[in-house]
Ligand binder design. Sequence first.
Ligand SMILES: NC(=O)c1ccc[n+]([C@@H]2O[C@H](COP(=O)([O-])OP(=O)(O)OC[C@H]3O[C@@H](n4cnc5c(N)ncnc54)[C@H](OP(=O)(O)O)[C@@H]3O)[C@@H](O)[C@H]2O)c1
Length: 273
Amino acid sequence: MSFIKDIVRRTIRAFQSPNIVTAQIVTQLPEMRLAGKRVVVTGGTGGLGEAMARRFVAEGAGVLICGRSEEKLAALSGEIGCEALPLDLTDVNAFDAFVTEAIKKLGGIDCLVNNAGISLHEEFQTVTAEGFDCQVATNLRGPFFLTQRVFKYMEDNKVKGNILFVSSETGETADIRPYGLTKAAVNSLVQGLAYLYAPHGIRVNAIAPGVTATGMTGVSNTNLYYPANPNGRAYLPEEMAEVATFLLSDASGCISGQIVTCNNAKTVNARWK
Ligand SMILES: NC(=O)c1ccc[n+]([C@@H]2O[C@H](COP(=O)([O-])OP(=O)(O)OC[C@H]3O[C@@H](n4cnc5c(N)ncnc54)[C@H](OP(=O)(O)O)[C@@H]3O)[C@@H](O)[C@H]2O)c1
């Protein structure tokens, strides 16, 4: 069938040694699915955000990445071919100027990807008030108010926009860590906003990745060994970027309010489990 030629198979360091787990992933060849869209990606200086920014640019989007590290922003934006602006998500007072400047650089905003996040990986007994507040500020409060500001722009300018949150599989199950609690709250926010803004033509969705090879997890993309995932390996950021591209594209125009969990059914509550 003709679509088969549009599928590219990519092998990441296949079969080097019996102790090294690698992956053969399938991604669509870029086909300008985001042509003309202006996309802001928070936390675009590494991990999932970087992979998404690369993919969105390849799909024809104008992209602006942000993060705290000005050095990384300068280096990556030049390499990827996108715009960049520094932003600390914990600094809500900076959002107005950030959005104004992002609109100037991109000529407008069609899509916001709330990707930036942190996890302190603590145990319940060792959670501190500072650690709790820091994760809530980065993973929930920041995306909440940035989205509020971008929605105002979209409503004022009648932009039929698209907001994508990067949640987590941890938001799907009961949790005792601040990280998981922020992601559960994000999932609720996604559904509420999607319902509220559907009449305005604005879509809101989330991807909820399983453990992926990024700086956050420390899993290297040269050895994806991770037996706790159902497929026995960590995911690659490029796999998440593929799903994100579909959700930002007009091909998913009837989908809003959905948390698309990307973990091969790990958190499904099967009756016989
Ligand atoms: N990796 C996984 O297994 C996994 C699984 C489920 C969900 N997720 C989610 O995926 C998203 C991306 O995570 P990742 O794994 O790609 O992590 P990562 O490799 O550690 O990258 C995190 C990104 O967020 C930015 N960031 C952190 N704090 C920030 C702040 N206060 N203000 C602005 N930017 C900030 C960082 O940039 P600067 O350092 O330059 O600020 C960086 O670009 C997060 O929301 C995470 O919860 C990840």
